[in-house]
Design a protein around this ligand. Structure first.
Ligand SMILES: [Cu+2]
Length: 113
């Protein structure tokens, strides 16, 4: 894996560099961008960027409404790496677990091939 050195300063929060091979998802009120994501099965790495003004997270549930995984909370302006160690092929829903966010549209589709 390549190691990149970011010389960016003054952005505030955690300036985590996006890992190679990860899927970047930007979170705002109240949506994920992109909201329709396709990844290969197995280990999946998300790079979550909160460009909104409040805390968000990203959870994954299957078609039986079982939550498979949920990220840490990401503060406004922060970025985190969220790794799911293993996910099978299928269609899943991504959503924010914060009160009212999913109902406000903060959800999307995750297709695992
Ligand atoms: Cu949210």
């Amino acid at each position: 894996m390549l190691v990149a050195i970011a010389l960016l300063a003054g952005c505030g929060g955690n300036n985590v560099t996006q890992p190679a091979g990860s899927t970047k998802v930007t979170m705002t009120e109240f949506k994920f961008d992109p909201s329709d994501i396709t990844v290969p099965h197995g280990k999946v790495v998300f790079f979550l960027v909160n460009s909104g003004n409040t805390q968000h997270d990203l959870a994954i549930r299957d078609s039986s409404n079982n939550r498979l995984s949920v990220s840490e909370l990401v503060s406004s302006g922060d970025s985190i790496v969220f790794t799911v160690d293993k996910i099978d092929a299928g269609t899943y829903t991504i959503y924010c677990t914060q009160q009212g966010h999913e109902a406000s549209g903060m959800k999307g589709k995750l297709t695992v091939t």
